[in-house]
Design a binder for this molecule. Sequence first.
Ligand SMILES: Cc1cc2nc3c(=O)[nH]c(=O)nc-3n(C[C@H](O)[C@H](O)[C@H](O)COP(=O)(O)OP(=O)(O)OC[C@H]3O[C@@H](n4cnc5c(N)ncnc54)[C@H](O)[C@@H]3O)c2cc1C
Length: 398
Amino acid sequence: MVERSIAVVGGAVAGLAAADRLASAADVTLFERQSYDDKRVNCGEAINDTSLIPLAKTPENGFLNDVDGFELRVFEGREHGPNAPPLGTSLIRCPPGYITDRDVVERTWAEKVAADGVDVKENAAVGPDRFRELCRSHDYVIDATGQPALSMRAFGDLDAYTGEIVAVNADVDGDFGSIASSPQIFFEGYVGYAWLFPKSETRANVGIGWAGEERPDEYYAALEGACRRNGLPVPDRSETNIYTIPRGPSLDPAATYRAGKNVVLVGDAAGIANRYQGEGICQAIRSSSLAAEAILEDRPETYPDRLYELMQSEYRLAHLMRGAWVEHGDPRLLARVAEALDGLTVDDITRSPGRVAARLARHPVTASRLLADAGMRQRLVDAYTDSWEYTRGPHPAD
Ligand SMILES: Cc1cc2nc3c(=O)[nH]c(=O)nc-3n(C[C@H](O)[C@H](O)[C@H](O)COP(=O)(O)OP(=O)(O)OC[C@H]3O[C@@H](n4cnc5c(N)ncnc54)[C@H](O)[C@@H]3O)c2cc1C
């Protein structure tokens, strides 16, 4: 039997997961523009479901802090000092979760896929011309280049994405011994949050992200302010990254497969990261598993529907969770919602609308206040009729 030839472009979590799933059944080449020896990641580095990554969960492999869960702390606004009591707190559990050095995880994973037979090419940036050439010379091309996807540049469809989250973050040194097992998330009266994700007792990732339309004039100053208010070390600006995350679904699902070119988009390239908390690593890995499955069955045209089906509950729940911030703008209500969700898992609150609804049903005053808002009710309709902002096809050059 002639093996399928597959080019994977982009070698972070999405690309590595795709290469891993395809290695045993195809002739796979992976192109990554950077070196795996560089610190090459702009991210909070919390991986909520590490069971999706086929590596031993050791510090040597980059899995540094096996966390119990995330502590949510809801404040009235941005006036508090480091010792002020929050309006509400809650612990969202995360049994398979780790705070990682993601560059080390990816380096180790790249070594594994190379050992499994994938031709891993580092320092191998692919430009639009080369991408089009790869489409001609391979049975399939997997675009795992993040957002905006390289295939969009190659085929002139860059305007296809809608909506993004902006986030700023950095690693800092400090004393995190007492809170190492429960990373903290701070809600402070804007649509978004700041975070402290300890990697060890002395090192942590701090950051802040904005999921709404309102954003500060000065991103670095906003991160520094959040650090001061919450008693966190303030990072050096030269060490701070700024980046955008797609707001899933920010791309027409039909555009995640380009039939004429046999290109499949995975991870951030497919525009699927969570629209209220910005998580995208597990989503990227899951999308790559589906893409690999569809390719191995030689039914790539089924990938968009499979991906949408997988993500649908998450899109709905994330839209409604955003509503609790955007429509109400009431930190006290947000605090009651957070408390109602106490003890659920990250998986529950991102992918199980039924579990979230069951919890809120036990807090009828909070639930009825949430639904009293017309905007919230409209969100419910939109989420369950799949009314999203992206532009539906046809897309150029399909
Ligand atoms: C500040 C911040 C914090 C975040 N925190 C978290 C978090 O804690 N947990 C979480 O789950 N998610 C988090 N996210 C989201 C998460 O980082 C992304 O959803 C995730 O990285 C998507 O993975 P990916 O592999 O699809 O794309 P990317 O991580 O964007 O990787 C794309 C890869 O493709 C390579 N590439 C790009 N162009 C080319 C080219 N032309 N040729 C060859 N290679 C190319 C890049 O070098 C890169 O390695 C965060 C995002 C930000 C911005």
